[in-house]
Design a protein around this ligand. Structure first.
Ligand SMILES: NC(=O)c1ccc[n+]([C@@H]2O[C@H](COP(=O)([O-])OP(=O)(O)OC[C@H]3O[C@@H](n4cnc5c(N)ncnc54)[C@H](O)[C@@H]3O)[C@@H](O)[C@H]2O)c1
Length: 419
């Protein structure tokens, strides 16, 4: 019988991976420090859009179990670490990666394999994870395989998932790389190897920094295009008809989620330790961080043109999640816009079918049903996260004023304004 693989950390990354492995016939045991998360998963409650409760039920029927008791995963021969890598005071916080490495070390046996998937700065696998595994297990580096493979999952993306998104793998040794490739080939159509974990760690940061910087480029353009009376969304769509040398990125109310606002800071922190500053990332951060403020000032101007003061207005913020199709509000620019509107004295209401409630400072806001009556009641609508279930026609036909930060409304009208 195939030995189980252990997925460590069953969140947005770990749970879909566990699901893909189980579906491919690989026995999986999940390990999560959060006992409530383990209990919810064992009870069939996924909490993640990419794995429905029904799908989770099927996985449990096929033998998936999640535990927060370390001894329960000792039978595993492969450990894949998918734990969070947030920032604390602008600096990498590797507490979870360290905790997970220490936990794996306690159950690691000779011949086992450990793969880190968490996004992190180059050198983490070798300089942080490897020493912890050696110290905690009493093994030597030659006794087990260690690799890094960045997770490229795009939650809510119906086109690209684990199977058809090539997987990058960097092993500490050629045999570690070979073992990791064989492991991922169970679930991925294509596995790409690089020289070592460092190149794999850096590849992920290049991808996300590329996005971060290009979003900042169009965000900065959006601000002056408004002054020039140019619709930048139109410009980008026109430029994107060029079949080579251009890739479209669109402006918006800011960048959100666990990755784009966070990952480039991991790289700039590492670069700073070399005595350099990573100017592109710093500039991109500065521009993207300004976008919620710009969105609010743009709305204030539009309300002013209608003879309404922002401080006395009722604003409907459409969508709270950081992007369409998911409930994740981490670093969501929509939430930041709501904060800023409230600080200016506006009354904020929000409909988001994915986010039933939202904490803004000490207050809990509840998602409203998007009805014609509600749209008529408010002074303005800010379209922040265009989930597919939002009926844009209802919005545009009943709202007095719409600020569409995502160019979701394609029909031009006097009451709809782009960022
Ligand atoms: N969410 C994404 O879209 C995405 C995409 C690509 C890469 N990543 C990266 O993947 C990593 C995981 O992100 P996520 O979004 O899945 O996080 P998440 O918060 O959704 O899930 C992480 C899980 O790990 C558990 N955990 C925390 N510390 C642990 C420990 N010491 N041992 C065991 N379990 C532990 C948590 O309880 C949680 O259930 C991060 O490095 C992130 O940057 C995320």
């Amino acid at each position: 019988m195939t030995a189980p693989a252990c997925v460590v950390g069953l969140g947005y990354v770990g749970l879909p991976l566990a699901a893909a492995l189980v579906s491919a016939g690989q026995p999986v045991v999940g390990y999560d420090v959060d006992a409530r998360r383990a209990e919810a998963l064992n009870g069939g409650r996924s909490g993640i859009e990419d794995v429905s409760d029904a799908e989770l039920g099927g996985l449990l029927a096929k033998g998936l179990r999640v535990t927060s008791v370390l001894e329960d995963v000792a039978e595993a021969t492969t450990y894949v670490i998918c734990v969070p890598t947030p920032l604390r005071d602008g600096m990498p916080d590797l507490t979870a990666v360290e905790g997970a490495s220490r936990a794996v070390a306690e159950v690691l046996a000779a011949g086992d394999m450990v793969i880190l998937e968490s996004t992190t700065y180059p050198g983490t696998t070798e300089e942080v994870v490897l020493p912890l595994l050696i110290a905690g297990s009493g093994l030597t580096a030659e006794d087990f395989h260690l690799a890094y493979s960045p997770e490229r999952i795009d939650p809510g993306n119906p086109t690209y998932g684990i199977k058809n998104t090539p997987k990058v793998v960097g092993g500490m040794t050629p045999s570690a790389a070979k073992a990791a490739v064989a492991f991922y080939e169970q679930v991925c159509d294509r596995v790409v190897t690089v020289h070592s974990p460092r190149e794999a760690e850096m590849a992920k940061l290049l991808e996300n920094t590329f996005r971060h910087v290009n979003i900042a480029l169009v965000n900065e353009m959006a601000v002056f295009c408004r002054q020039l009376d140019i619709d930048l969304f139109d410009v980008i769509d026109a430029a994107a008809t060029k079949p080579f040398g251009f890739m479209p990125f669109y402006p918006g109310p800011g960048v959100g989620g666990h990755c784009i606002p966070v990952d480039p800071s991991y790289l700039s922190w590492r670069v700073k330790k070399l005595g350099f500053s990573f100017r592109f990332v710093e500039l991109a951060q500065e521009i993207n961080d300004q976008m919620p403020t710009y969105t609010v000032s743009r709305l204030a101007d539009l309300l002013n043109d209608a003879g309404i003061a922002l401080s006395r207005s009722r604003v409907l913020c459409l969508g709270a999640a950081y992007k369409p199709g998911i409930s994740d509000c981490r670093e969501s620019p929509a939430v930041e816009v709501m904060h800023k509107l409230r600080h200016k004295g506006a009354t904020v209401l929000y409909p988001d079918s994915f986010v039933p409630e939202l904490r803004l400072e000490t207050e809990i806001l509840r998602s409203q049903e998007l009805t014609p009556e509600l749209l008529q009641l408010v002074d303005a609508v800010v379209l922040l996260t265009p989930h597919k279930d939002i009926d844009l026609e209802t919005v545009t036909s009943h709202a007095k004023l719409v600020l569409d930060t995502r160019a979701a409304v394609t029909e031009r009208s006097a009451s709809v304004h782009r960022l």
